[in-house]
Design a protein around this ligand. Structure first.
Ligand SMILES: N[C@@H](CCC(=O)N[C@@H](CS)C(=O)NCC(=O)O)C(=O)O
Length: 244
């Protein structure tokens, strides 16, 4: 989704960006502007750009589960060289014990399963998968505001509050209302990947068109529950604001 030709538009703050090596697993030379943290085999390493987009859901799972991970963020200018040597050619990538895995939602889902954030039965898992997929659909609409001609970007930006956000938020709210436990969470009585996905998916709407959420108190409740969850709260307090 991130177009290398437009990467400078999102160039990250050098103080918090780490550059990974062309192998996507070795620390970068200290002579470079950005320096990577040394990698420990036992600590999972998530590599993505310094934006939310397709990397944030996995990050949110890690912090909600209070699991230590290496949060590697590369700057866009470094990506073409890394891409040429990368097996998958896209980010995010999760490295676990020396093996690399790709596809952001698959990574987040795996981590949620590992850490008890994937509901308590297959139907709850299905509900979670639904909202994770809807988050992806919405991200594709939001991304249209950043790429293409100015006219296309303008049209996409107009469509978000007029059509996309009301339609998608209505579906998220409908899904939350299906929870028989009436806990305020998407499924059952505790936080899951589904809540994290709704939180992340509603971020742009909440920031840029907050009034739309007034019609969907269920989403506001999920957002409050996620934002106040131990681990997430501390992470959000330090998180950089990015357009996607
Ligand atoms: N379906 C993949 C899509 C991966 C993808 O397109 N990632 C973008 C960033 S969101 C990327 O790596 N762009 C740079 C490129 O394709 O060179 C996923 O969800 O992980």
């Amino acid at each position: 989704m991130v177009n290398p030709g437009r990467m400078t538009a999102f160039r990250a703050d050098s103080s918090i960006v780490y550059v990974i090596s062309p192998t996507l697993s070795e620390p970068q030379s200290k002579s470079r502007t950005h320096v990577s943290k040394p990698s420990k085999m036992s600590k999972p390493k998530l590599t993505y750009f310094d934006v939310r987009a397709r990397g944030e859901l996995a990050r949110l799972v890690f912090v909600a589960a209070k699991k230590d991970f290496e949060d590697v963020r590369i700057d866009f200018a470094s990506w073409p060289a890394l891409k040429a040597k990368s097996t998958y050619g896209t980010l995010p990538i999760l490295e676990l014990n020396g093996k690399e895995y790709f596809q952001g939602n698959a990574i987040a889902t795996y981590l949620a399963r590992e850490h008890g954030l994937y509901g308590s039965n297959n139907l709850e898992g299905l509900m979670i998968d639904q909202v994770v997929d809807l988050k992806e659909d919405l991200l594709q609409e939001e991304a249209k505001t950043m790429f293409g001609s100015d006219a296309d970007k303008e049209a996409a930006a107009k469509k978000l509050p007029e059509e996309i956000y009301p339609r998608v938020m209505k579906i998220f709210a409908h899904c939350i209302k299906q929870n028989a436990a009436k806990s305020g969470f998407l499924v059952g009585k505790q936080l899951s990947l589904g809540d994290l996905a709704i939180f992340e998916a509603s971020q742009g709407c909440s920031k840029n068109h907050p009034k739309i959420l007034d019609d969907f108190p269920e989403i506001k409740t999920v957002r409050e529950k996620v934002a106040s969850a131990d681990g997430v709260k501390q992470y959000l307090a330090k998180r950089k604001d990015t357009p996607i």
